[in-house]
Design a protein around this ligand. Structure first.
Ligand code: 5GP
Ligand code: MN
Length: 329
């Protein structure tokens, strides 16, 4: 069930707080970090003390964003009047820093756009039609009459650009472009952002692709790929480095309605990443596996062994493919 946006309650909590801890989700993407930094800049610029944190800190490729170096990777011994979570679809996704922040017992403003979010905040700003959490923050800052500095705008446009794959997903509306226009007018440089994010992949990702492409299978409009821990280790990718969005690449296959990546972690768990073309839904499949996400991009992390997970999950993806029909055949 989608609850109404609690703007007034959020404003009251923010007004009453001098210090704020802001957290986002583990394995942060551009929307996670863009939202974290965008809101941090905006609140600091209006005089609040802000502590921003995420497990593992800011990934290297997003360190072009101003303020990255000030993001903490632990929160031990820290307190504040208010906690804000951004882009995290459930409590577990906020990671160790989220666990520490939420254990303070302070009020929590939860800001997110994932339809699987259970609204775990004291106050919830959940807008499932927003393309990115950063988009919700543009609305919130406007409602609070906080001006957009160049740093805030750059961070928030990064969130929108990365979550929309540069305005290519079905949740993009004219309103999304209106917000992007506002952010660019405030000084955000679109090409700087695209060159650091959607137009770029690590060399390790290509080494990984070279190894795992032979595992690609396509059956019943489902395409999937398997990345075992040996392939990952041989690619030289660090544990927190992305595989280069393989599920997003595979969904480009002509015949595919749904794509899946099965990635074995060093600990032997399996990270699942799903994509769907318009007309299909992978969020329910992810939710049923203990994960979450969006209708067309979702994921979960489950216990191995890898081969058993593939055997169990591919039929679920085939069922999701059979349950829809393509909007753009
Ligand atoms: P990606 O495939 O890019 O890793 O993730 C796509 C979407 O699925 C993200 O928006 C993210 O919220 C969700 N997602 C991916 N992995 C997990 C997971 O392990 N748990 C949950 N709850 N959501 C996930
Ligand atoms: Mn997001």
């Amino acid at each position: 069930m989608i609850l109404p946006m609690q703007w007034n309650e959020a404003h009251a909590l923010l007004d009453g707080a001098q210090s704020v801890i802001i957290v986002t989700h583990v394995f942060p993407d551009g929307d996670a970090i863009g939202s974290l930094l965008g809101l941090s800049h905006a609140l600091r610029e209006c005089g609040k003390t802000v502590i921003a944190a995420v497990d593992g800190g800011v990934p290297d490729y997003l360190r072009f964003l101003p303020g990255s170096a000030a993001v903490e990777s632990t929160l031990n011994g820290v307190t504040a009047d208010l906690v804000i979570t951004l882009d995290a679809s459930d409590v577990a996704r906020t990671g160790e820093v989220g666990k520490t922040a939420l254990a303070l017992g302070k009020p929590v403003i939860m800001v997110d756009h994932h339809p699987t979010n259970p609204s775990f905040g004291t106050v919830n700003l959940l807008n499932v039609t927003a393309t990115a959490t950063a988009e919700i923050l543009v609305d919130w800052l406007e409602a609070l009459a906080i001006p957009l500095s160049k740093d805030t705008a750059t961070a928030l446009l990064t969130g929108i650009v990365t979550d929309t794959l540069c305005f290519r997903v079905s949740s993009v509306t004219s309103d999304t472009f209106g917000k992007a226009q506002k952010l660019m007018a405030a000084g955000a440089a679109l090409v700087e952002i695209t060159q650091h994010t959607v137009n770029r992949r690590s060399a390790g990702a290509f080494r990984l692709w070279a190894r795992v492409m032979p595992t690609v299978q396509i059956e019943d409009h489902v395409i999937w790929i398997v990345i075992d821990k040996m392939a990952r280790a041989a690619s030289g990718l660090a544990d927190d480095e992305s595989d280069g969005s393989l599920s997003a690449l595979l969904i480009e296959a002509d015949d595919a309605y749904i794509s899946g990546t099965f990635r074995e972690t060093k600990e032997g768990r399996v990270e699942l990443s799903f994509r769907a073309v318009p007309g299909f839904n992978v969020s329910q499949t992810a939710l049923s596996l203990g994960g979450g996400g969006h209708i067309q991009a979702a994921g979960a992390t489950v216990d191995g062994p890898l081969a058993d997970v593939v055997t169990r999950v591919v039929p679920l993806l085939k069922a999701a493919a059979a349950a829809g029909s393509p909007v753009y055949p």
